[in-house]
Write a protein of this length. Sequence first.
Length: 295
Amino acid sequence: MDWDKLRIFHAVADAGSFTHAGEELALSQSAVSRQISALEADLKVPLFHRHARGLILTEQGEMLYRTAHDVFTRLATAQTRLMDSREKPSGDLKITTTIGLGTSWLTPRISEFIELYPDINTQILLADRELDLSMREADVAIRLRQPTQPDLIQRRLFTVHYHIYASTDYLKRNGVPQSISDLDNHSILSFGTPPPYLHTINVLETIGREDGTPRQSVLKINNVTGLARAAQMGLGIAALPDYVVGDRRALVQLMRDEEMPHFDTYLVYPEELRNSKRVAIFRDFVVAKAKEWSF
């Protein structure tokens, strides 16, 4: 089987179209299409159903894709180990975490890592969905919950605590709520559609509401940094994690005795990268930064 055709097939299956695969491979759409047709002719089976809306793998195509993906994943692992065999760490390192944690906590600290290890090509992938480490969507993850997969190595970093905040300007205009019941008369800011494991972060909508009817938010933002900014501008009261508040001096913490959500944060990477120097270096770096961080 022609490896170059197999590589193009894998890219097309991932992209779902000849055009997008061509952009990834720096090939024209017609060149990609010809290679796929040639591979189908070699194998004497159709690999894709061709529709106006894109490409769908046939049953034979699914079988070939699973095999090809396994091969390319193993090759990527071998490449990682070969690169790590050098004395000086180099090569690609893909790190993923949530948008909020990545923007507010990881990104401000990553410059030191880049200065220490300039030959490592560092990439941060921010997404509130959890990327699949076993499928090499990323090498390392920082997650706001303990992983359950048995093939993932984990290291607890710190606990993220949520607290209630409002700006000084907002409190001057609307008064300071003294109890949870007072929130009924205030503007609430919420996170828009959090992932299921973070559903409690919209605690201000439900806390103290015995009738089961949530408070209506005046604004929902599906980004915790944007939520903090909205609170800072005086749009309302929000439950915010400590890592995003930082030195935002305009924000005042309210009702300190109220129990708020908290999440243990873990550094996670697949078992197959246990001996990767790049992963080990990043692990040690992040663990040290976690210890330095005062809550």
